[in-house]
Design a protein around this ligand. Structure first.
Ligand SMILES: NC(=O)C1=CN([C@@H]2O[C@H](COP(=O)(O)OP(=O)(O)OC[C@H]3O[C@@H](n4cnc5c(N)ncnc54)[C@H](O)[C@@H]3O)[C@@H](O)[C@H]2O)[C@@H](O)CC1
Ligand SMILES: Nc1ncnc2c1ncn2[C@@H]1O[C@H](COP(=O)(O)OP(=O)(O)OP(=O)(O)O)[C@@H](O)[C@H]1O
Ligand SMILES: [Mg+2]
Length: 346
């Protein structure tokens, strides 16, 4: 697996930037070559890609007739409020389409009938704005393999307070947790809530990344050194895994940075991040279950994250081939099965 250590990343970038600037002025053709070399160095080679794909394949559980319902994943989604009902639906249905057996959505009362009406596949609990929300969710925790916190959660104080309690209970049970969207808003208010929890994965978009950075490092993000920035943020959060979404997805646990540059498309409709966080909920469970033996010693959380990013981008690519500018997240979700087979089925 290609890794870039913290020091090497920063030093490499600085040296290339300096050389580049000097050469651009004196010798433009070499400048272009250098830039290409640097971008190749930052990205993974085809061989690295193949290795990573193989690691993801290793964690995918076999489909056999010996299993019972639930074994391949019981995933909880914490989110859904009056304004946002699509996001928890996208995350939940994506988890199922990737291969989870059951998905439970814990949402605000008003959002529940709406989410249920989108799909009979999701189990929906209208508890998140109740006074005993933490106890209600806690009852289910022993039966859940992973929690995805944040899609469509909103920023209401009562909901956020309840989610704080749910996160504490989840950590106490050592359950893996993917934190996205407004869950990241909460973490930016209170980073201690997740600091050092080794089964947490944060999936910020650009805005969410800046918010987290400013909250934790009290300075503006260095927009020129993406690789160095994600390493630093992960380290400042106690080496938890961070997935920074963007033109290229960067994934780090503060020790190494993986890059996912799977071809997607130029279509940026809302909900793609929800597909990613829902998929990651299942894949992180699979990866932890498989253990480091199957991931060749690499962090199972990094492997799961890279797998979910690759899958999301492939869904985006496939849907865009069919629908172009009119592609929506629903079209991407319809591609999960074929994208998964193409990438991960041997
Ligand atoms: N159908 C739905 O119910 C959806 C609900 N969503 C929910 O909406 C809530 C707010 O999420 P947001 O992502 O809007 O909140 P953010 O606070 O992260 O983003 C605010 C704004 O930043 C901008 N932004 C995002 N990425 C950017 C980039 N790379 N460069 C420049 N600007 C960028 C976007 O225009 C966005 O409106 C969350 O609860 C989220 O889950 C979204 O998931 C989209 C779909
Ligand atoms: N410029 C880009 N080019 C290619 N893919 C991108 C680009 N930006 C984001 N993506 C991909 O889109 C997916 C979602 O990322 P995005 O930044 O849109 O998340 P988000 O803002 O949280 O989405 P959501 O609307 O669900 O909240 C990720 O898998 C990411 O790889
Ligand atoms: Mg989002």
């Amino acid at each position: 697996m290609t890794v870039r250590s913290c020091g090497a990343a920063a030093a490499g970038a600085a040296v290339v930037a300096l050389l580049s600037a000097a050469i651009a002025f004196h010798w433009p053709p070499l400048h272009a070559v250098l830039q290409r070399a640097f971008s190749l160095h930052t990205a993974h080679s085809t061989k690295d890609m193949e290795n990573l794909l193989q690691l993801v394949r290793n964690i995918v559980p076999a489909l056999t007739s010996k299993k019972h319902k639930g074994q391949d994943g019981r995933i909880g989604i914490v989110g859904g409020c009056q304004e946002y009902t699509g996001a928890p639906y996208f995350a939940g249905i994506s988890a199922l389409k990737v291969g989870a057996d059951l998905t439970h959505v814990f949402c605000a009362r008003e959002a529940a009938p709406v989410i249920k009406s989108y799909s009979p596949e999701l189990i929906v609990h209208p508890v998140l704005d109740s006074s005993d929300a933490v106890e209600e969710v806690e009852k289910w925790l022993p039966r859940l393999h992973a929690l995805v916190v944040g899609p469509g959660l909103g920023r209401d104080d009562l909901l956020l307070k309840n989610v704080r309690g749910i996160l504490e209970a989840t950590k106490a049970r050592d359950i893996p947790v993917v934190i996205d969207a407004d869950g990241l808003w909460l973490i930016a208010q209170q980073p201690a809530l997740i600091h050092g929890y080794q089964k947490a994965i944060l999936t910020p978009n650009r805005m969410e990344f800046s918010r987290l950075w400013e909250a934790v490092l009290s300075s503006p993000v260095d927009t020129k050194d993406h690789s160095g920035s994600i390493l630093k943020l992960s380290q400042a959060l106690g080496n938890i895994t961070v997935v920074q979404k963007g033109e290229h997805d960067l994934i780090s646990d503060g020790r190494q940075v993986l890059v996912c540059s799977q071809e997607g498309s130029s279509r940026r409709c809302g909900g793609q991040g929800d597909l990613l966080s829902g998929s990651l909920g299942v894949m992180v469970h699979w990866a932890l279950l498989a253990g480091p033996e199957k991931t060749n010693g690499s962090s199972p959380l990094l492997v799961a994250s890279w797998g979910a990013c690759t899958l999301t981008r492939e869904c985006n690519h496939q849907a865009f081939q069919k629908y172009g500018r009119s592609t929506t997240t629903t079209d991407m979700i319809a591609e999960v099965g074929t994208a998964f087979s193409k990438l991960f089925t041997t």
